[in-house]
Design a protein around this ligand. Structure first.
Ligand SMILES: CN1c2c(nc(N)[nH]c2=O)NC[C@@H]1CNc1ccc(C(=O)N[C@@H](CCC(=O)N[C@@H](CCC(=O)N[C@@H](CCC(=O)O)C(=O)O)C(=O)O)C(=O)O)cc1
Ligand SMILES: N[C@@H](CCS)C(=O)O
Ligand SMILES: [Zn+2]
Length: 756
């Protein structure tokens, strides 16, 4: 029995890589210093895994920004506009990730999308017709040698050819099929180099295999790997899947010449029945994903060992593994001093998961593991009742009726009423909620949390920020204002901290994209609102202006999706509990004079099952009603907004209309406004604000550029329904670029009002 880890977090236990990268972006440290931080982190991560006794440790799971971008660069998928900047390799890489505006040119970043059903975001590689696809880099080999020099044998991991092709954007005439041959050749060259170096195992990550696969997809996969694996080799190839099951071609996959196949046995429950039904070849290794790489609850050893024993009884060569990369969980419980043992005894973060793998390996090798102390301790934990039930929450939920999910009157009637009451100009301008979370804001919150400043001082400071923000928005002529979200560390963690039933952590950071991290709260028990959460801030902001202030809330689906959920009750039940808590907040905002309320559902698309057949029953049927439950109680003239980002939601447009919001703002500028056509085709009824510029980059859009985007929008969207806003919140941006960009945006709206 052996153990394997698909990938380890890379941002650093205390976000060392984030801080070093951000310093590098600001030219405060040199390239050499940044690379040194990377080297130290890799050594630390490999040693941690070695000390835990992991047999198959990955290398090249480290990245300065994103692993999909790394794989694209490895194979020279660098669009011309970035090459033409003539920057260093590292700066070209960062220009693709973040955009570039400076001495050598002005280019936008590549698009960024959700990594399957996670809160991680990858950079979307672009394929141009005249790209020379070839093995052009050496990062995986260098990292392998670096680990080897430390005495650690590793398996280089890269994104597999099929997943890479599926994730790319094809900007020219060439399609995926047209480049499949040259991509396969480049991967062949990669494998040849591994062979030359004497690398014993490599890992191809192919999560796209758990999505619906049509016959042509299966044929493409075969075509790619028949070519990649065509040469005789000593280097073993692990085909690693995760986030679901491979039901569409399990038997064919087994017949292919891979040396190991990694299956997710947590999210891919069906994988277990596939093995049961069709077996698994004895001459291959099954990398059995038994440790949950996405959630933070301890593994329940009893069922896991029962499953492992079943596999052993079938003479399957089993390697115990994580269900996916540990990128999606925090590093360690060691830095959590505030949470008592009562709670932490139930949790395993990345490092603790390594220990679980080691313990399970030991137990699986025992003739009879039942008497082992590690097994007994785990059994006891799962037998004791957790203090997580709140009867009042259950009683309230049981009283909900069908009517509570329906807002009256119909949206078209509300739209007429709201136009009269709110008296907004045509093409109303607004923002998504947050304004720059500058260092002074973070430092003040940090001091407040440490008890260095009083609550009164913290509140006074926040109110001063709000007042400045409201005044500035009025000054440039925005129509619907926000309070700026200065009081929030994060749009989900903040609500997690305020709601009953949640726990929160001190240092449990998880990378969301690039240098940006989140600390997902933990849903420990039944959720309820203890007291009003946002009212004080919104009411204060409204007291400063005659323009409408948008109340700003996070919706139930997003709160759940960006938290670590319970595993003892259904997602549906947890979402409903959160929905009732947010409903209380919505009604309180309305009662306190807030006329427009935004309920962000940035993560609505995220947990949509990866297989279409499961969409409705296993998700949309409860996620959409949960959103409706939050706002169905408001008056017709109260305008409800929602917001979504990064999502590809062209395929669930009717479901989004069915949320029955009055206005939706969403990410669009990084994906070429493709979604507009789909909105038109579906006669989308909700008013819409497709983002007119990308906020994930410091680049400032010109007035002309925004006017052009608005003209394009007007070819697809009725002028009475179009809003003007950025892509997403401005918290990650600096003040100068924010002020300039928003001023251009308001200018552009004025131009359009005159022109259109
Ligand atoms: C909109 N997005 C979000 C996602 N998920 C969320 N949970 N939240 C989101 O907003 N997913 C999709 C997108 C994109 N994702 C992100 C994710 C993260 C950020 C971001 O800006 N993250 C910040 C951290 C935010 C935070 O928690 N801030 C805290 C702590 C600040 C801090 O670092 N404090 C220091 C001390 C500071 C000092 O003394 O000066 C410390 O703790 O050491 C806070 O403000 O209190 C990040 O920096 O990564 C953006 C988009
Ligand atoms: N209201 C939030 C939404 C981000 S998705 C913000 O503006 O940051
Ligand atoms: Zn957003």
């Amino acid at each position: 029995m052996q153990t394997s880890v698909i990938g380890f977090p890379r941002i650093g236990t205390l976000r060392e890589l984030k801080f070093a990268s951000e310093k590098y972006f600001k030219k405060e440290i040199s390239e050499e210093e940044l690379l040194q931080t990377g080297k130290e982190l890799r050594a630390k991560h490999w040693n941690t895994q070695r000390q835990a006794g992991i047999d198959y440790i990955s290398c090249n799971d480290f990245s300065y920004y994103d692993m999909v971008l790394d794989t694209a660069v490895l194979f020279n998928l660098i669009p011309k506009r970035y090459k033409e900047l003539n920057l260093s390799d590292l700066d070209t890489y960062f220009a693709m990730a973040r955009g570039y505006q400076g001495t050598y040119g002005d280019v936008k970043a590549l698009a960024m999308k959700k990594w399957f059903n996670t809160n991680y975001h990858y950079i979307v590689p672009e394929i141009e017709d005249d790209m020379k696809i070839t093995l052009a880099g050496n990062k995986p080999f260098e990292e392998y040698k670096e680990a080897k020099a430390l005495g650690i044998e590793t398996k280089p991991v890269i994104i597999g050819a099929y997943t890479l092709l599926k994730l790319c954007r094809y900007t020219g005439k060439k399609s995926l099929q047209d480049i499949a041959g040259s991509v396969a050749k480049a991967y062949q060259a990669f494998l040849r180099s591994c062979e030359e170096i004497g690398i014993p195992w490599i890992q191809f990550d192919e999560p796209a295999l758990v999505q619906d696969m049509a016959q042509e997809d299966i044929a493409l996969f075969r075509q790619l790997y028949d070519a990649i694996l065509s040469e005789k080799r000593k280097c073993h190839v692990l085909l690693q899947t995760y986030f679901g099951d491979v039901r569409d071609f399990y038997q064919e996959l087994l017949a292919m010449p891979f040396d190991g196949i990694g299956l997710d046995l947590i999210e891919g429950k069906k994988n277990v029945s596939l093995i049961e039904e069709y077996g698994f070849p004895q001459d291959k290794r099954l990398f059995a994903g038994v440790i949950n790489g996405k959630n933070i609850w301890k593994n329940h050893y009893e069922p896991t060992l029962r499953m492992v024993k079943t596999l052993q009884a079938k003479n399957i060569q089993c390697v115990l593994s994580t269900s996916c990369s540990l990128l999606h969980v925090p590093y360690t419980l060691k830095h959590e001093h505030r949470l008592s043992k009562h709670y932490t005894s139930y949790f395993a973060f990345a490092e603790e998961k390594l220990d679980e793998l080691a313990q399970l390996k030991e137990l699986a090798q025992c003739e009879d593991y039942h008497a082992a102390s590690s097994y007994q301790e785990n059994k006891k934990l799962f037998e004791q009742a957790r203090d997580c039930v709140n009867e009042a929450v259950h009683k309230r939920l049981s009283r909900i009726t069908e009517d509570d999910y329906i807002r009256k009157p119909s949206r078209s009637k509300r739209q007429v009423l709201q136009k009269q009451k709110l008296a907004l100009p045509e093409f109303p301008t607004t923002t998504i909620g947050s304004f720059p979370q500058t260092n002074d804001v973070k430092a003040k919150r940090s001091s407040y949390r440490k008890g260095e400043v009083s609550e009164t001082e913290y509140k006074e400071f926040t109110k001063k920020k709000i007042a400045e923000c409201v005044r500035w928005q009025e000054g440039i002529g925005l129509d619907v204002l926000v309070h700026g979200e200065y009081e929030r560390n994060d749009m989900v963690e903040y609500f997690g901290e305020a709601l009953g039933g949640f726990l929160f952590t001190e240092k449990a950071w998880v990378q969301s994209y690039g240098t940006r991290c989140v600390k997902p709260p933990i849903i420990w028990g039944d959720v309820y609102r203890e007291k009003p959460i946002t009212i004080e801030w919104s009411v204060y902001a409204q007291s400063l202006t005659n323009k409408a202030i948008k109340g700003m809330l996070t919706g139930p689906v997003t709160i759940l999706n960006w938290s670590f959920p319970r595993e003892d009750i259904s997602i549906k039940e947890s979402i409903s509990q959160i929905a009732l808590s947010i409903r209380d907040e919505v009604l309180d905002l309305e009662k306190n004079g807030i006329k427009i309320i935004q309920i962000d559902e940035a993560a609505l698309r995220e947990k949509l099952p990866l297989r279409k057949s499961d969409w409705k029953k296993e998700y949309l049927d409860f996620a959409i009603p949960a959103f409706r439950l939050t706002h169905s109680g408001v008056r017709p003239e109260t305008q409800i907004h929602t917001h979504m980002c990064y999502s590809e939601f062209t395929d669930i447009i009717p479901a989004i209309d069915d949320m029955d919001a009055d206005v939706i703002t969403f990410e669009a500028s990084r994906s070429d406004l493709q979604i507009l056509t789909s909105l038109q085709e579906h006669n989308f009824e909700t008013e819409v604000g497709p983002g007119v510029y990308d906020i994930h980059s410091p680049r400032v859009p010109s007035v002309e550029e925004i006017v052009a985007a608005l003209h394009t929008m007007l070819t697809k969207i009725d002028r009475t329904k179009l809003w003007v806003n950025p892509d997403c919140g401005l918290k990650t941006r600096g003040i100068p670029e924010t002020e300039e960009s928003l001023t251009h945006m308001v200018e552009a709206a004025k131009v359009i009002r005159k022109d259109a």
